[in-house]
Design a protein around this ligand. Structure first.
Ligand code: FES
Ligand code: MG
Length: 580
């Protein structure tokens, strides 16, 4: 089979253009002999930069990747990917996933690249890369950047993101001051690498491996570890062989591979952002993966990995205990994995993981010693939304005991229009938040924010925290950081800005959530039915929250006025199939 790059560098039918392409790629020292030798041109899609600290060490790892590529007989060409850094990008990095995806598609499609090493790490760099590989469908392999070393403070592990939510509570309760807050949070980031908790970054890299798109063991190796550089070298070696074998994403990203990813996601306590990103990758390779599959295939899987935010350990222990192969090994023993799913190394997932017994049973558990039964996502629906997701692995026993008698929670809604509104009012005593409240944030979905931001992380008011109430149930049409451990119903769709039911919710409304039935409904009194006529009247009288006007920002954040802007030339529908 001829190489794709020959259309540029060795095309006898078009010597004029061949010369044009060749001369420029020779200008930094490549020779015509190399470029016309039949050696595969291997792209290194570089997501690391000073702007993306989580992936920055890929700039050094690329040297080792190049050595592998060269040794296997390929030619490496490194190029930048649009930077995405989850916590640094204002107002949200969500739109950048698609921007990076589009840029990478154009790069892979429009240049002489036969195969590509996808350098991944920070949350959205991984799905952006995989979506592009799925679209262009040339041989592609993931090289994860790996997590930071464990954070420590006063003898306790401090995990990325998770410690931020904890520190906010301590600050609100007056137990630390601003300087203490800073010190505590900074302790969680002691080295290069991505978040060391099972947040979205660790989740997405683990799932890339479970999908078969990286070499076995790749996801969990901490960024500074020597094994990481070895993995870079081996990844470079392997991509050249993949080009020769014409092993493409479409050969690997099958329906079975996605089902494996769902099961692994539950077992590791994966982020609620996983369904969004995995669904997008599936869509780009042409695999149908409805949200319901996450509950159907994943809910009953137990939590096997003891990592924050659902557990106590961090990335170093996960790697030492065996990482993703050890988790897959455990799932295989219970017949939950499609073992014959192909992977990038030419072997099946089952072959890769058959002997990968966990090295530390405290960190990667057996089914008998699992941290939680039924650790997957619940997909809820009702008169507030058609679909929303809840991560059951982070519902604490304390929360279950306190609020979830029989899996039912009934509480009073306290509604915020976006994060600015929440931050401005949460400690206002007049708000009347108590331990039976449900904190609701709306206007934070893909249209409303815009971009669906990770902002539905809501601590209780300081006064409640001081009384020992550290978590309240949350509900929102935005997302939440995968590092958050709060019991939350997220990604409610349709969102308020698109006509979803959250827009009609008012502070003081009673909301009933039935986890067993998979429902969440506002109880509008006096019709006896949550979808009675009164709710329709309220909807007709409600103006829908507008999308925030892009470009009207104050110092990088949306101003309060734009955050709570209401449009609306568009009236609410007063008839139709969807319930209010
Ligand atoms: Fe980049 Fe968590 S913020 S990995
Ligand atoms: Mg995140």
């Amino acid at each position: 089979m001829g190489l794709r790059s020959e259309a540029w560098f060795d095309n006898p039918a078009d010597p004029g253009m061949t010369a044009l392409y060749l001369e420029r790629y020779m200008n930094w020292g490549l020779t015509r002999e190399e470029l016309q030798s039949g050696k595969p041109i291997i792209g290194i899609a570089q997501t690391g930069s000073d702007l993306t600290p989580c992936n920055r060490h890929h700039l050094q790892l690329a040297d080792r990747t190049r050595e592998g590529i060269r040794e296997a007989g390929g030619i490496a060409i490194e190029f930048p990917v649009h930077p995405i850094q989850e916590t640094g990008k204002r107002p949200t990095a969500a739109l950048d996933r698609n921007l990076a995806y589009l840029g990478l598609v154009e790069t892979l499609y429009g240049y002489p690249i036969d195969g590509v090493v996808l350098t991944t790490g920070c949350d959205k760099t991984t799905p952006a890369c995989l979506m592009a590989a799925a679209t262009v469908d040339i041989p592609a392999i993931v090289l994860s950047g790996g997590p930071m070393l464990n954070g420590w403070f006063n003898g306790e592990r401090t995990g990325s993101g998770t410690i931020v939510w904890k520190a906010r509570e301590l600050l609100a309760a007056g137990e630390i001051d601003d300087a203490g807050f800073m010190e505590l949070v900074a302790s969680s980031a002691p080295s290069p690498g991505h978040c060391n908790t099972m947040g979205t970054a660790s989740t997405m890299n683990a799932l890339a491996e479970a999908l078969g798109m990286s070499l076995p063991g790749c996801a969990a190796i901490p960024a500074p570890h020597r094994d990481r550089a070895r993995m870079a070298y081996r990844t470079g070696l392997r991509i050249v062989e993949m080009v020769r074998e014409d092993l493409k994403p479409s050969d690997i990203l099958t329906r079975e591979a996605f089902e494996n990813a769902i099961v692994v996601s539950s077992a590791i306590g994966g982020s609620t952002n996983a369904p969004i990103h995995i669904g997008a990758i599936a869509r780009h390779i042409g695999v149908d993966l409805p949200l319901e599959d996450w509950q159907r295939l994943g809910y009953a899987v137990p939590l096997l990995v003891d990592l924050q935010p659902a557990g106590k350990y961090l990335g170093e222990e996960f790697h030492r205990a065996g990482g993703v192969p050890a988790v897959v090994h455990e799932l295989m023993r219970h017949g939950l994995v499609h073992e014959d799913a192909p992977t990038v190394n030419g072997r099946t997932l089952g072959e890769n993981c058959r002997d990968a017994e966990a090295g530390d049973r405290d960190v990667i558990r057996t089914f008998d010693t699992a941290l939680t039964e039924d650790a997957g996502f619940l997909v809820l629906k009702g008169n507030l939304f058609d679909a929303a997701i809840m991560k059951s692995s982070v519902i604490s026993p304390e929360f279950r005991r306190r609020y979830l008698a029989g899996g039912v929670f009934e509480g009073t809604a306290v509604v915020f229009d976006g994060p600015e509104d929440y931050h401005a009012r949460i400690d206002d005593p007049d708000l009347g938040v108590d331990e039976h409240s449900l904190l609701v944030m709306r206007g934070t979905g893909p249209l409303g924010y815009p971009g669906s931001a990770e902002v539905v992380n809501m601590r209780p008011p300081a006064e409640l925290i001081k009384r020992g109430v550290h978590e309240l149930p949350c509900l929102g049409d935005g997302r939440q950081s995968g590092t958050s451990g709060s019991p939350s119903i997220l990604n409610a769709s349709p969102e308020a800005a698109a006509g979803g039911g959250l827009a009609v919710l008012r502070t003081g409304d009673r909301v009933r959530i039935d986890l067993g039935a998979g429902t969440a409904d506002v109880l509008i009194p006096d019709e006896g039915s949550p979808c009675g006529t009164r709710s329709w009247r309220r909807r007709a009288a409600t103006r829908c929250p507008s999308r925030r006007p892009r470009g009207r920002r104050s110092s990088g954040r949306w101003s309060t006025s734009s955050a709570t802007a209401w449009c609306c030339a568009r009236p609410w529908p007063t008839s139709g199939s969807r319930r209010p």
